[in-house]
Design a protein around this ligand. Sequence first.
Ligand code: XBP
Ligand code: MG
Length: 257
Amino acid sequence: MSRLVALIFDVDGTLADTERDGHRVAFNLAFERAGLEWHWSQTLYGELLAVAGGKERMCHYIEQYCPADGQAEALKALVPALHADKTRIYEQMLGQGGITLRPGVKRLLLEAREAGIRLAIATTTTRANVIALLANNLPENAVGWFDVIATADEVEEKKPSPLVYQYALSELGLKAEQCLAFEDSENGIRATRATPLKTIITVNDYTCDGSYSDAALVLDHLGEPDLPFHVLDGEQQAQVPSTQHYLDIELAKKLCQ
Ligand code: XBP
Ligand code: MG
């Protein structure tokens, strides 16, 4: 008998590849509009992703990359306004349909609903970004599919702190062993490990070199009937039959036994 009651999803990098062509582009445009000569290249952004949270990432950049000329505090004072503008730009990008869900995400959400498995979100991004991503990629009522949407707005610490997952579990009224988490990054699995939650990792270009040895499964993506996933690693990889081409609820239940 499976204990699975709920699936808890990270957002950035897991539901959608939002970072390189989404958040990064929005940050750069916000910098430009503020008259700052900052530009986050794809490579630099990969390094900056070690710091979760857009505001924290900008503060880290100021500390690490802006010459120590006594301007750091003045520059940090610009961060809240820069972040608000970046969020507006990012929401507009989502509205233009520029960012789609990763393979298998919509299918798995629909299957879970059909099977009576509850859904939740645990992310360190801003709530407005999550709502815009869901609204632009799923049916109109999809925000209501999630019993809990736990974001950076609800907790004091960002991942790798487990707080956002602990908050999601407490709002769901569930124990960790009744849930499976979906993540894409080392900061993400550090948060789920400390909760502790069994975790499925779907890697992307920025996170594929991470260390996920204690994940239940490490996949390239969740897979679709016509787009098979590849199992890359994971403590429970032996439980994936060779005939299985995508992660479905049956496999999710098996992983949660
Ligand atoms: C990803 C993040 C976020 C986004 C930017 O978190 O760390 O900071 O990069 O979003 P997760 P904000 O993978 O947990 O969703 O600018 O709104 O912070
Ligand atoms: Mg992520």
